[in-house]
Design a protein around this ligand. Structure first.
Ligand code: ADP
Ligand code: 5GP
Length: 228
Protein backbone atom coordinates (compact mmCIF):
# COMPACT_ATOMS: atom_id res chain seq x y z
CA UNK A 1 0.00 0.00 0.00
CA UNK A 2 1.15 3.54 -0.67
CA UNK A 3 2.57 5.24 2.42
CA UNK A 4 1.04 8.52 1.24
CA UNK A 5 -2.54 7.35 1.59
CA UNK A 6 -5.46 8.49 -0.54
CA UNK A 7 -5.62 12.20 -1.40
CA UNK A 8 -2.22 12.93 0.05
CA UNK A 9 0.30 14.40 -2.40
CA UNK A 10 3.59 12.49 -2.44
CA UNK A 11 6.81 14.25 -1.49
CA UNK A 12 9.14 14.95 -4.39
CA UNK A 13 12.82 15.84 -4.40
CA UNK A 14 13.38 18.05 -7.44
CA UNK A 15 17.11 18.39 -8.04
CA UNK A 16 18.34 21.25 -10.23
CA UNK A 17 22.01 21.27 -11.16
CA UNK A 18 23.97 23.33 -13.66
CA UNK A 19 27.39 24.80 -14.23
CA UNK A 20 27.71 27.91 -12.05
CA UNK A 21 26.17 30.90 -13.85
CA UNK A 22 23.70 28.91 -16.00
CA UNK A 23 20.76 30.42 -14.13
CA UNK A 24 19.58 27.72 -11.77
CA UNK A 25 19.22 30.04 -8.76
CA UNK A 26 17.07 32.37 -10.88
CA UNK A 27 14.98 29.43 -12.12
CA UNK A 28 14.64 27.96 -8.63
CA UNK A 29 13.41 31.31 -7.26
CA UNK A 30 10.85 31.68 -10.06
CA UNK A 31 9.67 28.10 -9.55
CA UNK A 32 9.17 28.75 -5.83
CA UNK A 33 7.29 32.01 -6.54
CA UNK A 34 4.92 30.14 -8.81
CA UNK A 35 4.54 27.11 -6.51
CA UNK A 36 4.08 28.46 -2.98
CA UNK A 37 3.65 24.92 -1.62
CA UNK A 38 7.12 23.93 -2.75
CA UNK A 39 10.07 24.45 -0.40
CA UNK A 40 13.70 25.27 -1.05
CA UNK A 41 16.19 22.89 0.52
CA UNK A 42 18.54 25.20 2.42
CA UNK A 43 22.02 23.65 2.29
CA UNK A 44 24.83 24.16 4.77
CA UNK A 45 28.05 25.67 3.44
CA UNK A 46 31.43 26.82 4.66
CA UNK A 47 31.61 29.61 2.07
CA UNK A 48 30.94 33.23 3.01
CA UNK A 49 27.60 34.92 2.15
CA UNK A 50 27.50 36.74 -1.21
CA UNK A 51 25.62 39.94 -1.92
CA UNK A 52 22.20 39.94 -0.23
CA UNK A 53 22.29 36.27 0.81
CA UNK A 54 20.78 35.57 4.21
CA UNK A 55 21.71 32.92 6.75
CA UNK A 56 19.00 30.26 7.07
CA UNK A 57 17.31 31.41 3.84
CA UNK A 58 19.87 30.96 1.05
CA UNK A 59 22.25 28.75 3.04
CA UNK A 60 23.08 27.83 6.58
CA UNK A 61 26.47 29.55 6.70
CA UNK A 62 28.63 27.55 9.09
CA UNK A 63 32.28 27.27 10.12
CA UNK A 64 34.43 24.42 8.77
CA UNK A 65 34.45 23.02 12.33
CA UNK A 66 30.63 22.97 12.56
CA UNK A 67 30.40 21.36 9.11
CA UNK A 68 32.93 18.67 10.06
CA UNK A 69 30.98 17.92 13.25
CA UNK A 70 27.77 17.47 11.24
CA UNK A 71 29.61 15.14 8.85
CA UNK A 72 30.76 13.12 11.88
CA UNK A 73 27.23 12.93 13.25
CA UNK A 74 25.85 11.68 9.92
CA UNK A 75 23.62 14.78 9.65
CA UNK A 76 24.01 15.06 5.86
CA UNK A 77 22.00 13.20 3.20
CA UNK A 78 24.87 14.16 0.90
CA UNK A 79 27.73 16.62 0.96
CA UNK A 80 30.51 17.60 -1.41
CA UNK A 81 33.44 19.92 -1.83
CA UNK A 82 32.72 22.43 -4.62
CA UNK A 83 35.15 25.17 -5.71
CA UNK A 84 37.20 24.51 -2.55
CA UNK A 85 34.28 24.94 -0.10
CA UNK A 86 32.02 22.40 1.52
CA UNK A 87 28.29 22.20 0.81
CA UNK A 88 25.77 19.70 2.17
CA UNK A 89 22.10 18.78 2.27
CA UNK A 90 20.85 18.09 5.77
CA UNK A 91 19.05 14.77 6.21
CA UNK A 92 16.41 16.49 8.35
CA UNK A 93 15.49 18.84 5.47
CA UNK A 94 14.84 15.94 3.10
CA UNK A 95 12.92 13.93 5.65
CA UNK A 96 10.69 16.86 6.65
CA UNK A 97 9.71 17.54 3.01
CA UNK A 98 8.92 13.89 2.34
CA UNK A 99 6.92 13.55 5.57
CA UNK A 100 4.84 16.62 4.64
CA UNK A 101 4.32 15.50 1.04
CA UNK A 102 5.99 18.64 -0.30
CA UNK A 103 7.97 19.32 -3.44
CA UNK A 104 11.48 20.19 -2.24
CA UNK A 105 13.78 22.00 -4.64
CA UNK A 106 17.51 21.31 -4.48
CA UNK A 107 20.11 23.66 -5.96
CA UNK A 108 23.08 21.31 -5.62
CA UNK A 109 26.00 20.15 -7.74
CA UNK A 110 26.05 17.03 -9.90
CA UNK A 111 27.86 14.84 -7.35
CA UNK A 112 25.22 15.79 -4.77
CA UNK A 113 22.37 15.17 -7.19
CA UNK A 114 23.72 11.74 -8.08
CA UNK A 115 23.99 10.83 -4.39
CA UNK A 116 20.50 12.06 -3.61
CA UNK A 117 19.11 10.10 -6.56
CA UNK A 118 20.92 6.97 -5.33
CA UNK A 119 19.57 7.45 -1.80
CA UNK A 120 16.00 8.29 -2.94
CA UNK A 121 15.63 6.67 -6.36
CA UNK A 122 11.85 6.93 -6.41
CA UNK A 123 11.33 10.39 -4.94
CA UNK A 124 14.23 12.23 -6.58
CA UNK A 125 14.02 13.74 -10.08
CA UNK A 126 17.29 15.09 -11.49
CA UNK A 127 17.23 17.99 -13.96
CA UNK A 128 20.41 19.38 -15.51
CA UNK A 129 20.25 22.98 -16.71
CA UNK A 130 22.46 24.15 -19.56
CA UNK A 131 23.22 27.71 -20.61
CA UNK A 132 22.82 28.18 -24.40
CA UNK A 133 26.61 28.03 -24.91
CA UNK A 134 29.94 28.62 -23.15
CA UNK A 135 30.16 32.30 -24.17
CA UNK A 136 26.74 33.06 -22.72
CA UNK A 137 27.74 31.23 -19.53
CA UNK A 138 30.75 33.54 -19.18
CA UNK A 139 28.60 36.58 -19.94
CA UNK A 140 26.09 35.60 -17.21
CA UNK A 141 28.82 34.89 -14.66
CA UNK A 142 30.39 38.30 -15.29
CA UNK A 143 26.98 40.00 -15.45
CA UNK A 144 26.14 38.68 -12.00
CA UNK A 145 29.34 40.36 -10.72
CA UNK A 146 29.34 38.51 -7.43
CA UNK A 147 32.75 36.85 -7.91
CA UNK A 148 36.24 38.11 -8.53
CA UNK A 149 38.19 37.20 -11.67
CA UNK A 150 39.92 34.23 -10.03
CA UNK A 151 36.60 32.69 -8.92
CA UNK A 152 35.08 33.28 -12.37
CA UNK A 153 38.01 31.50 -14.06
CA UNK A 154 37.69 28.58 -11.59
CA UNK A 155 33.97 28.24 -12.32
CA UNK A 156 34.44 28.41 -16.10
CA UNK A 157 37.17 25.77 -15.97
CA UNK A 158 34.90 23.50 -13.90
CA UNK A 159 31.87 24.04 -16.18
CA UNK A 160 32.89 21.67 -18.98
CA UNK A 161 33.49 18.75 -16.63
CA UNK A 162 30.22 19.52 -14.81
CA UNK A 163 28.31 19.52 -18.12
CA UNK A 164 29.87 16.19 -19.17
CA UNK A 165 28.97 14.60 -15.88
CA UNK A 166 25.44 16.01 -15.80
CA UNK A 167 24.75 14.87 -19.35
CA UNK A 168 25.96 11.38 -18.45
CA UNK A 169 23.87 10.84 -15.34
CA UNK A 170 20.87 13.20 -15.00
CA UNK A 171 17.39 12.13 -16.04
CA UNK A 172 16.37 15.39 -17.73
CA UNK A 173 18.18 18.22 -19.54
CA UNK A 174 16.77 21.73 -20.00
CA UNK A 175 18.51 24.54 -21.92
CA UNK A 176 18.03 27.90 -20.18
CA UNK A 177 17.96 30.18 -23.20
CA UNK A 178 14.70 32.05 -22.68
CA UNK A 179 13.92 32.08 -18.94
CA UNK A 180 10.14 31.58 -19.12
CA UNK A 181 10.47 28.68 -21.56
CA UNK A 182 13.06 26.96 -19.36
CA UNK A 183 10.85 27.43 -16.31
CA UNK A 184 7.86 25.94 -18.14
CA UNK A 185 10.00 22.93 -19.12
CA UNK A 186 11.06 22.34 -15.51
CA UNK A 187 7.44 22.65 -14.37
CA UNK A 188 6.40 20.09 -16.95
CA UNK A 189 9.07 17.61 -15.88
CA UNK A 190 8.19 18.11 -12.20
CA UNK A 191 4.48 17.61 -12.84
CA UNK A 192 5.09 14.51 -14.93
CA UNK A 193 7.32 12.90 -12.30
CA UNK A 194 5.01 13.87 -9.45
CA UNK A 195 2.07 12.26 -11.23
CA UNK A 196 4.13 9.09 -11.51
CA UNK A 197 4.78 9.18 -7.75
CA UNK A 198 1.12 9.67 -6.95
CA UNK A 199 -1.78 8.30 -8.90
CA UNK A 200 0.31 6.76 -11.64
CA UNK A 201 1.74 7.96 -14.90
CA UNK A 202 -0.08 10.74 -16.75
CA UNK A 203 0.50 9.75 -20.37
CA UNK A 204 -0.04 13.19 -21.81
CA UNK A 205 2.44 14.81 -19.39
CA UNK A 206 4.91 11.96 -19.89
CA UNK A 207 4.78 12.38 -23.67
CA UNK A 208 5.50 16.12 -23.37
CA UNK A 209 8.25 15.69 -20.76
CA UNK A 210 9.94 13.00 -22.89
CA UNK A 211 11.42 15.84 -25.00
CA UNK A 212 13.66 16.73 -22.04
CA UNK A 213 14.81 13.22 -21.22
CA UNK A 214 18.55 12.70 -21.36
CA UNK A 215 19.37 11.08 -24.66
CA UNK A 216 16.43 12.81 -26.39
CA UNK A 217 16.86 16.46 -25.35
CA UNK A 218 18.28 18.92 -27.87
CA UNK A 219 21.70 19.83 -26.44
CA UNK A 220 22.45 22.61 -28.94
CA UNK A 221 26.03 23.87 -28.55
CA UNK A 222 26.75 21.21 -25.90
CA UNK A 223 26.16 18.23 -28.22
CA UNK A 224 29.83 17.20 -28.15
CA UNK A 225 29.77 17.11 -24.32
CA UNK A 226 27.43 14.12 -24.34
CA UNK A 227 29.13 10.77 -24.14
CA UNK A 228 29.30 8.34 -27.07
P1 ADP B 1 23.50 29.94 -11.08
O1 ADP B 1 22.63 29.84 -9.87
O2 ADP B 1 23.30 28.81 -12.02
O3 ADP B 1 24.96 30.12 -10.74
P2 ADP B 1 22.20 32.54 -11.54
O4 ADP B 1 20.76 32.19 -11.37
O5 ADP B 1 22.88 33.32 -10.48
O6 ADP B 1 23.07 31.24 -11.92
O7 ADP B 1 22.28 33.31 -12.95
C1 ADP B 1 23.50 33.88 -13.41
C2 ADP B 1 23.17 35.20 -14.13
O8 ADP B 1 22.48 34.91 -15.36
C3 ADP B 1 22.25 36.11 -13.32
O9 ADP B 1 22.68 37.45 -13.48
C4 ADP B 1 20.88 35.89 -13.96
O10 ADP B 1 20.05 37.03 -13.85
C5 ADP B 1 21.23 35.60 -15.41
N1 ADP B 1 20.26 34.71 -16.10
C6 ADP B 1 19.66 33.59 -15.63
N2 ADP B 1 18.86 33.02 -16.55
C7 ADP B 1 18.95 33.81 -17.66
C8 ADP B 1 18.36 33.76 -18.98
N3 ADP B 1 17.51 32.79 -19.35
N4 ADP B 1 18.69 34.73 -19.86
C9 ADP B 1 19.55 35.72 -19.51
N5 ADP B 1 20.14 35.83 -18.29
C10 ADP B 1 19.86 34.89 -17.37
P1 5GP C 1 27.35 28.73 -4.94
O1 5GP C 1 28.60 28.97 -4.18
O2 5GP C 1 27.39 29.34 -6.32
O3 5GP C 1 26.09 29.07 -4.18
O4 5GP C 1 27.26 27.16 -5.18
C1 5GP C 1 28.33 26.47 -5.74
C2 5GP C 1 27.88 25.09 -6.12
O5 5GP C 1 27.57 24.31 -4.96
C3 5GP C 1 26.62 25.08 -6.98
O6 5GP C 1 26.83 24.15 -8.05
C4 5GP C 1 25.56 24.59 -6.04
O7 5GP C 1 24.53 23.93 -6.74
C5 5GP C 1 26.36 23.62 -5.18
N1 5GP C 1 25.71 23.31 -3.91
C6 5GP C 1 24.97 24.14 -3.13
N2 5GP C 1 24.49 23.47 -2.07
C7 5GP C 1 24.90 22.19 -2.19
C8 5GP C 1 24.71 21.00 -1.40
O8 5GP C 1 24.04 20.98 -0.37
N3 5GP C 1 25.29 19.86 -1.84
C9 5GP C 1 26.03 19.83 -2.98
N4 5GP C 1 26.55 18.64 -3.34
N5 5GP C 1 26.24 20.91 -3.74
C10 5GP C 1 25.68 22.08 -3.35
Amino acid sequence: MSSEGPGRAPGQLLVLSAPSGAGKTTLARRFLDRHPDAVFSVSATTRAPRGAERDGVDYHFVTPERFAAWVGEGAFAEWAEVHGRRYGTLRATVEAALARGQVALFDIDVQGGERLKAAFPREATTVFILPPDALELERRLRGRSTEGEEAIQKRLAAAHAEVRRGLASYEYVVVNDELEAALASIELVAACERARLGDGENRSLAAQAARFRRGTADLGAWRDHAGP
